[in-house]
Write a protein that binds this ligand. Structure first.
Ligand SMILES: *[C@@H]1O[C@H](CO)[C@@H](O)[C@H](O)[C@H]1NC(C)=O
Ligand SMILES: *[C@@H]1O[C@H](CO)[C@@H](O)[C@H](O)[C@H]1NC(C)=O
Ligand SMILES: *[C@@H]1O[C@H](CO)[C@@H](O)[C@H](O)[C@H]1NC(C)=O
Ligand SMILES: *[C@@H]1O[C@H](CO)[C@@H](O)[C@H](O)[C@H]1NC(C)=O
Ligand SMILES: *[C@@H]1O[C@H](CO)[C@@H](O)[C@H](O)[C@H]1NC(C)=O
Length: 324
């Protein structure tokens, strides 16, 4: 009996609205705030205005404050909001109602909701996940990920990798195993990743199973451009024009325009041993050299103006110029 009474008191305390003296209007916190996992590493926040809330003549907005895993604050007029976040350590958020009328701004109390972390034995999730994409000749994107088994993962642990890109989710079919026969690498030779998109997220989800322990899932978000291993510049030609070295090349295989690329030009004087790396933002280059010496030349590429920088391409094949 006592207990029921206490809980009742406590609940009433929670829904106690703010009463701004000036306006004489009560601002009630939103109700039925729910968090739903709607896809891998995706949460739908959903709530309703308080049915006791007087709404006429007011603009209603909601403050959303994400507390974890990545703090973020924003406001919205909608009663739902979709977020992408790694959920292996759970997710928690606060919302409150904002009532706006002329100069007046009134706020309700916060309502909190959280998703618990998925179950699993500590130290069983994968570590050191790294992923690389490449753009193929056929203008599709391949994906390659590697990871280490968790320190506490039993030897029979089998890991499974999934990627999600926008609304599309796919499980890996091509695993590479370590010496204990555990999956530690995965290849997708083609994915639904759009090579023309900029800064879109790739979600990686790795869970697992074992006879001896519950394996904790792990998620990580990658910017598709930041993990792209850029292709090598093409058709590099180098020749001498009197005392000048002239080099021209084509941009790597990529849907991005020529202006999106930068290059590094590696010049090694094989006689003196002097090495130089020059940053270049065009597709050709002229440099005075001592033509009585012999040089080796290589070029590599990265994109950066049109999107986030990726991993530098491999160096192009060595080209030699000059006299021996
Ligand atoms: C909130 O949820 C309860 C229980 O599901 C339901 O009865 C109620 O109508 C909902 N309130 C609103 C405002 O939708
Ligand atoms: C809304 O505003 C109008 C005009 O200012 C006023 O006549 C009306 O009484 C207001 N309604 C409420 C419910 O406050
Ligand atoms: C894994 O990551 C940890 C922490 O980032 C680092 O210290 C360690 O060297 C990495 N291990 C390997 C094998 O790369
Ligand atoms: C791993 O995650 C996928 C995608 O959410 C799920 O379908 C599958 O049941 C999970 N497997 C294990 C062993 O937890
Ligand atoms: C590279 O050179 C070859 C032969 O000259 C040519 O057919 C090809 O179109 C060039 N590639 C690019 C990307 O310009």
């Amino acid at each position: 009996m006592m207990r029921v009474f206490l809980i009742l008191l406590w609940t009433m305390n929670l829904v106690q609205p703010n009463v701004p003296q000036a306006a004489g209007v009560q601002v009630f916190p939103p109700v039925n705030f729910t968090l739903t996992v709607s896809a891998l590493a995706q949460v739908l926040l959903h709530w309703k205005p308080n049915p006791n809330q007087e709404q006429t003549n007011y603009t209603i907005r909601y403050d959303v404050k994400i507390l974890s895993p990545v703090p973020e604050e924003y406001d919205t007029m909608k009663t739902h909001s979709l977020r992408t976040a790694a959920l292996h350590n759970g997710f928690s958020a606060h919302i409150r109602m904002l009532l706006l009328h002329n100069e007046l701004q009134m706020r309700s109390d916060w309502v909190k909701e959280e998703l618990p972390p998925p179950p699993g034995t500590p130290e069983t999730s994968v570590t050191n996940l790294s992923c690389v994409t490449r753009i193929t000749i056929s203008n599709t994107v391949s994906l390659h990920c590697t990871w280490l088994p968790g320190q506490g993962a039993p030897e029979d642990t089998e890991y499974f990798l999934f990627y999600r890109y926008k609304a599309y989710t796919e499980e890996c079919q091509d695993y590479i195993k370590d010496k204990w026969n555990r999956n530690t690498e995965c290849r997708f030779s083609a994915t639904r990743i759009d090579p023309e998109e900029v800064d879109e997220l790739i979600v990686i989800h790795i869970n697992g199973s074992s006879k001896y322990a519950a394996i904790k899932p792990f998620q990580q978000l990658f910017n598709q451009n930041a993990i792209e291993k850029v292709n090598v510049p093409r058709n590099v030609t180098v020749f001498l024009d009197q005392n000048d070295l002239l080099a021209t090349w084509e941009k790597p295989i990529s849907p991005f325009r020529e202006e999106c690329f930068e290059y590094e030009f590696y010049l090694c004087n094989l006689k003196s041993g002097t090495k130089q790396i020059l940053k270049i933002s065009s597709n050709d280059f002229r440099l005075w050299i001592d033509v009585t010496n012999r040089y080796s030349i290589q070029i590599r590429a990265n994109h950066h103006i049109c999107c986030t920088r990726g991993f530098w391409s491999d160096w192009s094949e060595i080209i030699y110029v000059g006299k021996n």
